[in-house]
Write a protein of this length. Structure first.
Ligand code: PBG
Length: 329
């Protein structure tokens, strides 16, 4: 006679206090890493058209963002330089200069706000005239082993400047082990490696390439080193190798289109997994907001919560400061 259910899952959803009490996943400012773009010069703020609301800052501005991160409870920032074009070359040698834009920003941050972690990208693309992450041969192919040697030297250069986490984003084979050995050899035993372990050749990186000034330069595409979006088993092999070589943490990139990869990596390896909600994902949310298709605060928090639910320890996101403000309120 009774068609009514005894168990009503709506019961615990009926009030705000109860929804809070039953939340299975939490999102806090401590889950966020804030990517920052560095500009050459003094007192410079350059808005990035492809990333509305995001600017490049000269070193003093980067330090101000570091203080903002600290005050908002964001534990870590990630740095990307827009290397002046006259300093770019075929071999990206500026990446090895101890006084390059990246190293100056690392030193200034560690000096002013040592309590905020600094993550630095290891790859040659912001320094090369061809826009690739490594060294290219006459046919335009990015060669693996010579590139890995250059990346080792780049990682050491960043560690000597004070980087807390080196994050190789290049997808060369074998570079994690080489970098770990070199860091240990110089006594950088507590410098972490966050490997961009499963990084896909993605159409979502466009605005980033504007931000670091490499879009017009890039010859061809990055499909001979970044992964094919068709592949998931291969992502697990990449993660296994990087962990074996000494990666402390692994990253999946881009974010939302690859939540399945995040979940599988977490389930298989049980290690700290990070997601990079990349530039095109940020731009997509901003475009949706501008078109009236959604409300920014809700879109930002819902997407970030999805990463936590999938198993992430944290997320790199250009919305970090905004999200931290929402979460801290
Ligand atoms: C380059 C690098 C890229 C991003 C982070 N590191 C771009 C690329 O591989 O072309 C993309 C980040 C973003 O789109 O927000 N090594």
């Amino acid at each position: 006679m009774s068609a009514y259910p005894a168990l009503r899952l709506r019961r615990t959803r009926a009030t705000a206090w109860s929804r809070r009490l039953h939340a299975e996943t939490v999102l806090t400012p401590a889950d966020l890493i804030w990517p920052l773009f560095i500009a050459e010069g003094d007192g410079v703020e350059e808005p990035i058209a492809a990333l509305p609301g995001v600017s490049r800052w000269s070193v003093a501005g980067i330090v101000a963002r570091g203080r903002e991160a600290r005050d908002l409870g964001i534990p870590c920032v990630a740095l990307f330089p827009n290397t002046p074009h006259h300093l770019r070359s075929d071999d990206g040698a500026e990446a090895l200069n101890p006084d390059n834009l990246m190293c100056r920003a690392i030193r200034a941050l560690k000096d002013a706000v040592p309590e905020v972690g600094v993550l630095t990208d290891v790859a040659l693309d912001p320094y090369t005239t061809h826009g690739h992450d490594g060294l290219v041969d006459a046919a335009g192919y990015v060669v693996n082993d010579r590139t890995a040697d250059a990346l080792v030297r780049q990682a050491l250069n960043q560690a000597r400047a004070g980087s807390d986490i080196v994050a190789p984003s290049d997808m060369m084979d074998g570079r994690i082990g080489l970098i770990r050995t070199a860091l240990e050899g110089e006594g950088h035993v507590n410098v972490q490696i966050m490997s961009y372990a499963a990084k896909y050749a993605s159409a979502f990186y466009g605005p980033f390439r504007d931000a670091v000034g490499s879009r017009g330069l890039l010859k061809g595409d990055k499909k001979s080193y970044q992964m094919d979006s068709a592949n998931a088993e291969e992502a697990l092999r990449e993660v296994a190798l990087d962990l074996d070589e000494g990666a402390d943490t692994v990253m999946v990139k881009p974010g939302l289109p690859y939540l399945d990869i995040i979940q599988r990596v977490k389930a298989r390896f049980g290690v700290p997994v990070f997601a990079y909600q990349v530039s095109g994902e940020y731009a997509m949310i901003e475009a949706a907001v501008a078109a009236g298709a959604g409300e920014r605060d809700a879109l930002v928090l819902e997407t970030l919560m999805a990463f936590k639910r999938a198993g992430c320890s944290g997320v790199l996101t250009y919305h970090a400061a905004h999200a931290a403000r929402l979460l801290g309120a």
